[in-house]
Design a protein. Structure first.
Length: 167
């Protein structure tokens, strides 16, 4: 298969996964809110369910910033409301230049893809118990739902986008 076609299919799959993750997270919150009739309880349930993915996402930012010698000012795994959406965690670091900012911003996507590859290996690579299989599928769901960078993470990417299009 042509390398360009494989790349295009990969990017298309990532974009579909992104859209599905945003819709599913909102839907789960909506269902929790309908059932519990409480925004706070729904918020707590959603935070609990997605916590493994949130930890992986924020640790990716933290570790990459540290590796790239960017001082981390704040590391937070506690969720907060931001407007009409939930911010499950955050890492605030000292930005020195555009390239390192982009790398730190997009690293959770690559960490998520790596984690999903490892999970796929265990799901399809051998015999696992039913309980472990349920746990692995749960991790696939939460990691694929939380691996995408936020608008804040991607604000530096806009500067490199024209170069990628030309390339």
């Amino acid at each position: 298969m042509n390398a360009w076609l494989i790349t295009l299919l990969f990017i298309s799959e990532i974009l579909v996964l992104y859209a599905v993750s945003r819709v599913s997270t909102s839907f789960i919150f909506y269902v929790f809110k309908k059932v519990t009739k409480s925004t706070d309880i729904s918020f707590a349930l959603l935070t609990f369910i997605f916590s493994p993915g949130t930890v992986l996402h924020e640790l990716s930012h933290f570790l990459m910033a540290t590796i790239l010698f960017l001082r981390v000012r704040e590391f937070n795994l506690l969720p907060v409301w931001k407007g009409n959406h939930i911010k499950l965690g955050s890492v605030v670091y000292e930005k020195k230049d555009l390239i390192r900012g982009i790398i730190v911003g997009i690293v959770p996507i690559w960490t998520g893809i790596g984690a999903l590859a490892i999970l796929a290996y265990y799901l399809h690579g051998g015999e696992v118990s039913a309980g472990l299989k349920i746990l692995l599928w749960y991790l696939v769901f939460v990691i694929s739902s939380t691996m995408f960078s936020s608008q804040q993470d991607l604000k530096d990417v806009i500067y490199i986008l024209p170069l990628l299009i030309i390339f």
